[in-house]
Design a protein. Sequence first.
Length: 243
Amino acid sequence: MRILVVNVNTTETMTAAIGRQAAAVAGPDTEIVPLTPLFGADSVEGNYESYLAAIAVMETVRAYREPFDAVIQAGYGEHGREGLQELLEVPVVDITEAAATTAMFLGHKYSVVTTLDRTVPLIEDRLKLAGLDTRCASVRASGLGVLELERDPAAAVEAIAAQCVSAVEHDRAEVICLGCGGMAELRARVIERTGAPVVDGVAAAVTLAESLVRQNLSTSKLRTYAPARPKTFVNWPPEFGRS
């Protein structure tokens, strides 16, 4: 089984970290292929960057020439999962939805702890669109930018753990979801600080994708995600990665 795990930003070190986390939970017969978008922003922290990332992820997957069995979109609260489902015949899993779904098996209410406050509405909208918001106690921001997670891991743990503790004590959350693909390697340290189950979206998405593939299940093509009708496109798509 081969699963493409696509980062939504162009920071290669973050792609590598996401790939390591995915490989750590993947089964022995699963090959994890981490991919960095062919264009876009070095971090995705707003609507413009998110919409650009959606296109970049789709075009990066389209440019991948080897066969694959599933795709994971490794961006929290980002746009684009629906486009991938329309584009592909294989299962598509978004880490936001995978984390929330997993959290609901572990406790009555979950909270998401993410990066900047401006990303909170994007995550709230994604959860609502997916029908996962009713069990969400809160979405909290650590105040850190995405790239700060790599530059100062110690400070990142402190800021994230503080919000996790507040989610448990004040919002009555019983499970924490790490609200950024780049937080994957902080999970163990956050568990030590909070004592709550902590769900990493990348890990949750990998195990969910593996399950769908093993059950021979994929996206319905009957209506919403049916293949796009033939159209004439002007100056699109760009020939990224093609000869």
